[in-house]
Design a protein around this ligand. Structure first.
Ligand code: ADP
Ligand code: MG
Length: 255
C-alpha cells in the first residue's frame, strides 16, 4: 500500500490482523493469556497497559519475533504462526518501529532506508534512493539525507526509522512505544506523522503511553494487564466510561 497522502484511495481497506487464542510463556511465566483480538484493516488499534503486561510480546507475535505457544496470528488470510509460513514474506508485509530507533549508526539517513530496498526489494540503486528521498521528505526530513543518526535529534532519528519502514510499503505498521525515548519537545512531531498515517488508512497497532494520541487516532483501544486482555472499546468509551476497575485505576494513574 502506498503511503503518499495524495494517492491513497479513500476506499482502500487495509489488511486486518487477528489474534486467535494466543498464549505465550517464557519458562514458567505466562505472559499472554488466551488473547483474542481483531485488529480491523485500515484502522489504528492502540494497546495500553502497565509495564510488563505483555504489550511488546503481543506486538512481536505479529511478525514472529516471538512465537506463541498456542493460538494463531493471522495477517489477512495468512497464518503467521503456521510453521510452514514463509516468514520473510510475512515480515516484508509488516513495518515495525521501536522505542530505540534501531538505525545503523555509521550509515546516513538515506543509506539506512535504501539498504533494505536494495537487498530485500532488489531495487536498483537510483530507484531506491529516489524512493528513500520521497519518504524522507514525507516525514519532514528533506535535505538531511546525508546525516548519520548521531547528527540527528532523537525525533529526527525516529522519523528516519518510520520512513525506512514505510519505504518498504508495508500493509501493517507496528509501533512499540515509538515516542517513549524522546525528549518531550520532540514527541509531537513523531506523533503527528503517526496521526497522518492513521488518517491515510494504514493498519496500525500502536503500543503507547500517549493517551491523547490513543483518544484522537485510535479506532479501538485495548487494555492489557498481567498478560490478559481486560478491556477493549472505541476511544470515547474506553476513556470516558471504562468498565473494569483495573482499567479505571490505570487511567486515573496515567491521565
Ligand atoms: P510490556 O511491553 O507490556 O512492558 P513485555 O511484553 O515486554 O511487557 O513483557 C511481558 C512479561 O514477559 C514481563 O514480565 C517480561 O519480564 C517478560 N519477558 C519479556 N520478554 C522476555 C524474554 N525474552 N524472556 C523472558 N521473559 C520475558
Ligand atoms: Mg514493552
Amino acid at each position: 500500500m502506498t503511503t503518499q497522502t495524495t494517492s491513497q484511495a479513500p476506499t482502500t481497506r487495509g489488511t486486518p490482523v487477528t489474534f486467535d487464542h494466543v498464549n505465550k510463556r517464557f519458562g514458567r511465566t505466562q505472559v499472554l493469556h488466551d488473547i483474542c483480538l481483531e485488529v480491523p484493516g485500515g484502522q489504528t488499534t492502540c494497546v495500553v497497559g502497565p509495564s510488563g503486561s505483555g504489550k511488546s510480546t503481543l506486538l512481536r507475535c505479529t511478525n514472529r519475533l516471538e512465537e506463541p505457544d498456542e493460538g494463531r496470528v493471522l495477517l489477512g488470510d495468512t497464518d503467521v504462526t503456521d510453521r510452514s509460513a514463509d516468514i520473510d514474506a510475512v515480515r516484508a508485509r509488516i513495518g515495525m518501529v521501536f522505542q530505540t530507533f534501531n538505525l545503523f549508526p555509521y550509515r546516513t539517513a538515506l543509506d539506512n532506508i535504501t539498504l533494505a530496498l536494495r537487498r530485500v526489494r532488489k531495487l536498483p540503486a537510483e530507484e531506491a534512493a529516489e524512493r528513500a528521498r520521497t519518504h524522507l521528505a514525507s516525514v519532514g526530513l528533506a535535505g538531511l539525507e546525508h546525516r548519520r543518526p548521531g547528527q540527528l535529534s532523537g525525533g529526527q532519528q525516529q522519523r528516519v526509522a518510520i520512513a525506512r519502514a514505510l519505504a518498504m510499503e508495508p500493509e501493517v505498521m507496528l509501533f512499540d512505544e515509538a515516542t517513549s525515548a524522546l525528549d518531550p519537545e520532540l514527541v509531537k512531531g513523531v506523533l503527528s506523522i503517526m496521526r497522518d498515517l492513521a488518517g491515510q488508512g494504514m493498519t496500525m497497532i500502536v503500543v503507547t503511553h500517549e493517551m491523547r494520541f490513543a483518544q484522537e487516532a485510535a479506532g479501538q483501544v485495548v487494555f492489557l494487564d498481567h498478560g490478559r486482555l481486560i478491556e477493549k472499546a472505541g476511544p470515547d468509551k474506553f476513556f470516558g466510561a471504562p468498565e473494569s476497575p483495573r482499567l479505571q485505576a490505570f487511567l486515573s494513574a496515567v491521565t
